[in-house]
Design a protein. Structure first.
Length: 383
């Protein structure tokens, strides 16, 4: 075995954590800490057995702020994860073998699934695991057990990991807090194999999803994109049903690509620059100019050049002009992280973020789309 294992920045192995027995009402804080330790100590993602949208949102916003593409899935079947996992399964339990005795036996170069419990862990987990490992034979906590196991496993290499694309990065400082705003964005389209094949100018939905994952978008971004896609397509379909005719000036194939790819740039940054960066990536991989425009102009119901420049963006209008661009932008506004939200909720959120200028534009866009589609949009997002 080599002196150092590779942490998540290497493509060689993937370490995932499976959290059993999560109770959103009682374990909110501790499971959040389990996820934060997993992320900070080199794992690529976490699966949590009970559905917890708030937990997913918390981790997504940590990624937004501090970078990286740590993934989180909640409400999954632990049995299915364990049965389908191809790699080594380690279960952390005070009853297991001592960590320092077994750590060298865990195969290198294989993916790793680390299971941690909360209360009583079912017997079958002990049987399914390749290794039942203790971090001392005294009871303590899943957070400490996980942190120490990951540290032993990566042998400190996890602290050299990069978290690209965050809004801020912390520069080590022995005397105080040094925070760098922004984070250098690597546009390099060769990263993650985005340039390894030729994409269609207007990719179909399956191809769009391949583009997002080749670009390195996180599972949360991909899920969000699907929700925006479903909503945008439903707006058009509802309009067609009500009016009995196709919606004027909308090319469905292009619209569907724009809805799915609007956050392509989040593979590089979660800051507001993601729209411009995503458009640049889209040009580089040869997407249709109309799809590029949908990606570039989707943020906040549109940004005039004067506001764009204040936000550190190029001094150009980033305003949705075509009906397709308007639909992409507004469907994105009406989806929070992974769920649809009413216009009022979206506006409250903007107000909280201090983006009052965008509120009027969004109200106008809502009315304009209702008029063009001849439908009431509220029932699609309420309740
Ligand atoms: N009696 C439980 C057990 O099986 O370890 C302790 C439950 S503890 C509250 C929750 C989780 O923390 C356990 O399922 C285990 O994953 C982890 N844990 C706690 N103490 C541990 C230890 N000494 N070694 C390894 N894991 C531990």
């Amino acid at each position: 075995m080599g002196a150092e294992r590779e942490s998540q920045n290497s493509n060689r192995t993937r370490v995932e954590v499976l959290r059993l027995g999560h109770r959103p009402d009682r374990d909110k804080r501790i499971t959040t800490h389990v996820a934060l330790v997993s992320r900070a100590f080199g794992a690529s993602g976490i699966h949590v057995d009970t559905k917890d949208i708030r937990l997913e949102q918390t981790i997504a916003s940590v990624n937004d702020q501090f970078g990286g593409d740590f993934s989180i899935n909640t409400g999954i079947s632990p049995r299915s994860i364990m049965n389908h996992f191809r790699g080594t399964i380690v279960h952390l339990t005070m009853y297991g073998e001592k960590v320092d005795r077994v750590i060298e036996d865990i195969p290198e170069g294989e993916d790793l699934l680390i299971i941690i419990g909360s209360e009583k862990v079912p017997r079958e987990v002990f049987d399914l695991a390749h290794f039942n490992v203790s971090v001392s034979n005294q009871p303590h906590s899943e957070v400490s057990a996980l942190a120490i196991f990951l540290d032993r496993y990566f042998r400190g290499a996890q602290f050299e990991m990069d978290f690209p694309g965050g809004e801020i990065s912390i520069l080590p400082d022995g005397r105080g807090k040094t925070v760098k705003q922004g984070n250098d964005v690597t546009l390099d389209p060769k990263r993650n194999g985005l340039m390894d094949r030729r994409w269609n100018e207007v990719p179909d939905p399956d191809e769009c999803l391949e583009i997002l994952s080749s670009a390195g978008c996180s599972t949360v971004v991909i899920k969000h994109s699907r929700v925006v896609y479903d909503l945008g397509m439903e707006m058009v379909r509802r309009s067609e049903k009500v009016t009995g005719t196709a919606v004027k000036d909308i090319d469905i194939a292009r619209l569907s690509a724009g809805l799915l790819l609007h956050d392509l740039g989040r593979s590089r940054t979660h800051s507001i620059r993601h729209a411009v960066i995503g458009a640049e990536l889209a040009v580089m991989i040869g997407l249709h100019p109309d799809v590029v425009a949908m990606i570039r102009n989707h943020v906040g119901g549109g940004l005039p050049a004067s506001e764009a420049v204040e936000l550190g963006l190029p001094e150009v209008d980033l305003i949705p002009l075509t009906w397709e661009e308007k639909l992409v932008s507004h469907a994105d506004t009406l989806v929070g992280n992974l769920r649809r939200r009413s216009l009022d909720r979206a506006l409250q959120r903007l107000e909280k973020e201090g983006a009052e200028k965008g509120m009027e534009r969004i109200i106008a866009l809502h009315a304009e789309l209702e008029d063009h589609l001849s439908i009431d949009l509220d029932p699609l997002v309420d309740g």
